[in-house]
Design a protein around this ligand. Structure first.
Ligand SMILES: O=c1nc[nH]c2c1ncn2[C@H]1C[C@H](O)[C@@H](COP(=O)(O)OP(=O)(O)OP(=O)(O)O)O1
Ligand SMILES: [Mg+2]
Length: 222
């Protein structure tokens, strides 16, 4: 398929305002909007449609992305794009992984993570917990980590397509930068000196797990 024939198909399938971003995470929604903008797609967010936040009962990133996308497509009658992502720390058996958002809660209900006082999701807390787990391991333990992003695109007829992206890097302490979201300030991508928290959005989009998954989605769908 040449470029000219791809363009009209993209517009027909995913017209502006005809795609729901099935995410309640503002940081993610901001990034997904920026990644879709070059294709002329202006999605509506799950929050603006008052869609509920489903329970993420899957055991993989893909399963959770699929569940979030299917629920949003079902409730809205529109195609829906969901993102399930997380930080995998190799020396921690790839934790926090699919529980990356939960590690920011005062009591994540996860064995080996002490409950704390407080309310709401807090990524300073989540990053501190990751760093404490690494510090408890023998000196010289690898601080290698990767982010994973699974995207699921669900159509109202029940058809789902999914894509998975990844970026490798190292965890630093203390965290650096106030850009991005989540674990960005403690993650330095391979071959770079700055953390995701120190990078402008365009720099992060040039190499992130989310951009990697998006490239696959764009190649398959547009
Ligand atoms: O680029 C990233 N930079 C930093 N941290 C990141 C990134 N990508 C995912 N993460 C971490 C934080 C996030 O909270 C969790 C995903 O959990 P995840 O369930 O997929 O998302 P969520 O609950 O925050 O929003 P929602 O499910 O409504 O899309 O992993
Ligand atoms: Mg979630």
């Amino acid at each position: 398929m040449n470029e000219e024939s791809k363009e009209p198909q993209a517009i027909r399938k995913l017209a502006p305002g005809r795609l729901v971003i099935a995410s309640h995470n503002e940081g993610k929604v901001r990034e997904i909007r920026a990644l879709l903008a070059p294709y002329g797609i202006e999605p509506v967010s799950a929050a603006s449609l008052d869609l509920p936040e489903p329970e993420e009962t899957g055991t993989t990133f893909v399963a959770n992305a699929e569940l979030k996308a299917m629920q949003a497509a079902d409730l809205s009658g529109l195609p829906a794009l969901a993102d399930d992502s997380g930080l995998c720390v190799e020396a921690l058996g790839n934790a926090p992984g699919i529980f990356s958002a939960r590690w920011g809660l005062p009591d994540p209900g996860i064995e080996g993570i002490e409950p704390e006082a407080g309310e709401g999701r807090d990524f300073d807390r989540a990053m501190r917990r990751v760093n404490a787990k690494l510090d408890a391991l023998p000196e010289g333990t690898s601080r290698a980590a990767h982010f994973v992003c699974a995207l699921a695109l669900a159509w109202p007829d029940g058809h789902v397509e999914w894509f998975e992206g990844r970026v490798d890097g190292t965890l630093i302490w203390p965290p650096r930068g106030d850009k991005g979201f989540g674990y960005d300030p403690m993650f330095v991508p391979e071959g770079h000196g700055r953390s995701f928290g120190e990078m402008a959005p365009e720099a992060k989009h040039a190499m992130s797990h989310r951009a990697d998954a998006f490239a696959q989605l764009v190649a398959a769908v547009f």
